[in-house]
Design a protein around this ligand. Structure first.
Ligand code: SAM
Length: 202
């Protein structure tokens, strides 16, 4: 019987434990998420495409996993996508899809170079069971002026107000504009929703 991981991932603690779970999950991740109707990548991709003129500008898929997010971005019309992830086994599958310009294994101290990407995506990446909220600041700092950051918070993540508070810190002082915010389906199979956001750097 295939091991189930959705019941484990949301209690993962820290990058090492998270990475170990994703390494172990890599083989069955797409089947388990597909069986539960994983909807957030297509929602994020459509939202970003809706506010983007240059679909050829470099786009970073941060926490690309097995490449489901990259596939959704490609299907939405983005042509130049790089993928990075902390899990070698998830990343190997993303690389094998042949949809990324480059893929790279990173660690939790890796900072993305400033101004390298016009747009950045972190789809299903920040929050409970994945990367810490400090990643939001790191990615916003890497964007150029008018660069856009599309990301999602699932229901578990939204239970901790620290996550949406960090969005407000960027918008309240005028450092970023919130272009998009929409609640919708995440994993309908387990009745979980997510909110998709787009922040534009001022
Ligand atoms: C739920 S998966 C989402 C993967 C992909 N974006 C998708 O939509 O299918 C979360 C991913 O974030 C990665 N991740 C967790 N912590 C991370 C960190 N600190 N930096 C980069 N990636 C991280 C995991 O390895 C995993 O592949």
């Amino acid at each position: 019987m295939t091991e189930v991981f959705l019941n484990k991932i949301y209690s993962a603690n820290g990058t090492d434990e998270t990475r170990e779970i994703y390494d172990a999950w890599a083989k069955s991740y797409e089947t388990e998420l597909g069986d539960n109707g994983y909807a957030t990548p297509a929602r994020c991709a459509a939202a970003l495409a809706g506010v983007t003129k240059d679909m050829d500008a470099p786009l970073l898929d941060f926490g690309c996993g097995t490449g489901l997010s990259g596939l959704a971005l490609k299907n939405a019309g983005f042509t130049t996508i790089d993928g990075v992830d902390v899990s070698a086994k998830m990343l190997a599958q993303a690389t094998a899809k042949g949809i990324y310009r480059t893929t790279e294994l990173i660690n939790d101290r890796t900072a993305i170079n400033a101004n390298e990407y016009a747009n950045i995506a972190a789809i299903g990446v920040i929050g409970t069971g994945a990367a810490p909220i400090s990643v939001l600041d790191m990615l916003m700092k890497a964007l150029p002026r008018d660069g856009r950051f599309v990301f999602s918070f699932n229901d578990h993540t939204l239970e901790d107000p620290v996550h949406e508070a960090r969005i407000n810190e960027w918008t309240d002082c005028g450092a970023a504009r919130l272009l998009f915010r929409e609640r919708g389906a995440h994993l309908p199979g387990i009745k979980m929703q997510s909110t998709v956001y787009i922040l534009e750097k001022a």
